[in-house]
Design a protein around this ligand. Structure first.
Ligand SMILES: *[C@@H]1O[C@H](CO)[C@@H](O)[C@H](O)[C@H]1NC(C)=O
Ligand SMILES: *[C@@H]1O[C@H](CO)[C@@H](O)[C@H](O)[C@H]1NC(C)=O
Ligand SMILES: *[C@@H]1O[C@H](CO)[C@@H](O)[C@H](O)[C@H]1NC(C)=O
Ligand SMILES: *[C@@H]1O[C@H](CO)[C@@H](O)[C@H](O)[C@H]1NC(C)=O
Ligand SMILES: *[C@@H]1O[C@H](CO)[C@@H](O)[C@H](O)[C@H]1NC(C)=O
Ligand SMILES: *[C@@H]1O[C@H](CO)[C@@H](O)[C@H](O)[C@H]1NC(C)=O
Ligand SMILES: *[C@@H]1O[C@H](CO)[C@@H](O)[C@H](O)[C@H]1NC(C)=O
Length: 490
């Protein structure tokens, strides 16, 4: 009897943990959204968690495809300055007013309700997605990339919280991807910690990369290449391997300079891993060769033009993993490696199992989670799923470790090089100091990719091959990071 009671307790506990664990949700390609209460009485809305921008921006008008927005007239505590602020994207924009009101996140009970600056969006162009489950953004980056207007900058919610609690705050993103191959909805968890009181979280086996510049979360990406991850089940991996004896410990000077020529950022508001064009082409050609040798057919439209490939059943990917080498905080000649499995970058965009019903066809569609990014390197959420990523703002590092959910991603290292990587890769020195002077910043944001058409390939093994084209909605990829920052002298 006692035994059964015990088992029941464990089952209940497990259920509790399982259910309470997630506070972030998103549809395929739409990043991760968090519930927020704004104003008094509180109005419940959803915002995308975006480490690629800084402003808390909320729709305050009804759009053609969504009647959910912030009703300013209903909040008794709203202060609207009337000052115009804006954000520009290369294919979309929004503009609105600088306001302030009380902001609280019901799933972050440790974080107090604070009065914060908010951008109330009154006009937008190609910013909101059709029928998306979110009405705004929660930007978690630094002030130099905040939305701005004439002589005003929209203050960051995180800064308001830090001023209120008088302590620096860190946050952790645990993004898990989908739960099952039959449902493309993805799940994750955002947690906040105050740094003076964070002994509860274990920093053991965490690999840290320094934040090089405090605008976006800019880090030193040293190399991106494919590896055959043959020791997937080897958990005790935190030791240096024979790799560390290669010339410069495996870091190629030309590649790492190219990866950082503009910037390398960690951006939860972007779906894909975006790489400089030449490096993207190299990796994708290796991937498509590797698919061919495993007797599958996937067209170039999938690899190079962002189109979807579909099958009547879910796919298991037997492909190499993507290794991303990041500079370590330990020494400027050390780095560690994120190993991102194919499950991350062969992204499910449609999962429809209709075999039980009659009439319709089952369809499991995938898109490549890698993109050519011009000169920039963006580690979108494809590079974060299956990992726990801790943004320690006061100590200026981002910590990575494998998580207990999602794809089987790993972190290995540390590896040594003979030379200073800061010098070899011409990286900016890490910035130790929190306060970055705000210069008037003018920036454009990189817009959502427009997906004109999608190719669906049905591979009915072994002999019948079908092929047809069908447009998929725009919402299947997102990129909210700001593409260019022009700093002006004040
Ligand atoms: C706003 O207030 C009006 C009048 O009190 C009420 O009818 C309406 O439902 C409120 N809307 C929201 C979104 O709270
Ligand atoms: C937006 O969604 C509605 C309903 O889901 C649909 O009828 C409409 O065609 C969509 N518009 C665009 C531009 O995708
Ligand atoms: C996926 O799962 C979520 C939550 O479990 C559910 O709300 C949603 O309807 C599912 N989507 C599909 C297409 O089955
Ligand atoms: C952030 O770094 C500081 C300094 O190393 C440390 O005291 C603090 O505990 C860290 N915060 C978290 C949440 O790990
Ligand atoms: C590692 O480097 C040292 C010194 O350059 C060399 O003597 C040694 O043979 C190398 N070991 C391997 C496994 O390549
Ligand atoms: C689809 O659903 C049917 C019945 O619910 C199930 O038997 C089948 O395994 C599912 N197919 C896939 C590919 O998951
Ligand atoms: C790497 O370098 C550090 C100090 O620079 C040293 O302590 C460590 O032993 C080196 N590791 C390897 C595997 O060579």
């Amino acid at each position: 009897m006692i035994f059964f009671y015990f088992v029941l307790q464990i089952l209940l506990l497990k259920r509790y943990i399982y259910c309470e664990e997630f506070n972030l949700f998103g549809d395929a390609g739409q990043a991760y959204a968090l519930e927020v209460n704004i104003g008094h009485p509180p109005q419940k809305l959803h915002v995308l968690v975006d480490t690629g921008s800084t402003t808390l921006a909320i729709a305050s008008y009804a759009r053609k495809d969504s009647g959910i927005y912030f009703h300013q007239e209903n909040s008794t505590t709203l202060y609207n300055s009337g000052k115009e602020v804006q954000a520009k994207y290369s294919q979309g924009t929004w503009s609105g007013n600088l306001a302030s009101d009380f902001v609280q996140f019901p799933t972050l009970p440790m974080v107090p309700e604070v009065r914060s600056d908010i951008a109330l969006i009154t006009k937008s162009y190609k910013f909101f997605m059709n029928g998306s489950g979110w009405q705004g953004l929660l930007g978690l980056a630094y002030l130099p990339v905040a939305a701005w207007g004439e002589n005003v900058v929209v203050g960051s919610w995180l800064d308001f919280v830090e001023r209120h609690v008088k302590k620096p705050m860190s946050f952790e993103l645990k993004l898990c991807g989908t739960h099952s191959p039959e449902n493309a909805t993805h799940y994750g968890n955002l947690q906040m910690f105050d740094d003076k009181n964070s002994s509860a979280i274990s920093n053991e086996f965490i690999f840290r990369t320094p934040i090089l510049r405090k605008r976006w979360y800019e880090v030193g990406v040293l190399s991106v290449h494919l590896i055959n991850s043959t020791f997937k089940n080897n958990v005790a991996n935190n030791i240096a391997t024979e790799d560390s004896n290669k010339t410069n410990g495996g870091i190629d000077q030309d590649i790492c300079r190219e990866l950082n020529i503009e910037k390398g950022i960690v951006d939860s508001g972007t779906t894909s891993i975006r790489l400089p064009d030449a490096i993207f082409r190299q990796i994708v050609s290796e991937l498509s060769n590797s698919v061919q040798t495993s007797n599958m057919l996937i067209l170039d439209e999938f690899w190079y033009h962002g189109e979807a490939a579909c099958w009547p059943e879910p796919q298991e990917w037997n492909l190499p993993s993507l290794a991303i080498d990041l500079l370590s905080t330990e020494a400027d000649n050390q780095y560690f490696t994120l190993e991102i499995p194919a499950q991350n970058f062969m992204r499910v965009v449609t999962a429809r199992n209709n075999s039980a019903e009659s009439g319709t066809v089952s369809e499991f569609c995938y898109k490549l989670g890698l993109e050519a990014g011009g000169k920039e390197t963006v580690l979108g959420y494809t590079a974060m799923e299956g990992l726990q990523v801790l943004f320690n703002r006061s100590a200026s590092w981002i910590g990575w470790k494998p998580s207990d959910c999602g794809p089987n991603a790993r972190v290995t290292g540390l590896y040594n090089t003979t030379k200073s990587l800061l010098y070899l890769c011409q990286l900016t020195q890490p910035m130790p100091d929190v306060n970055v002077s705000i210069k008037a910043a003018q920036w454009t944001l990189c817009a959502f990719s427009i997906i004109a058409a999608a190719v669906l390939i049905y591979l009915l093994a072994p002999c019948i091959k079908m092929f047809f084209v069908r447009p998929l909605p725009r919402s299947q990829q997102i990129s909210l990071s700001q593409a260019a920052l022009v700093e002006q002298e004040t």
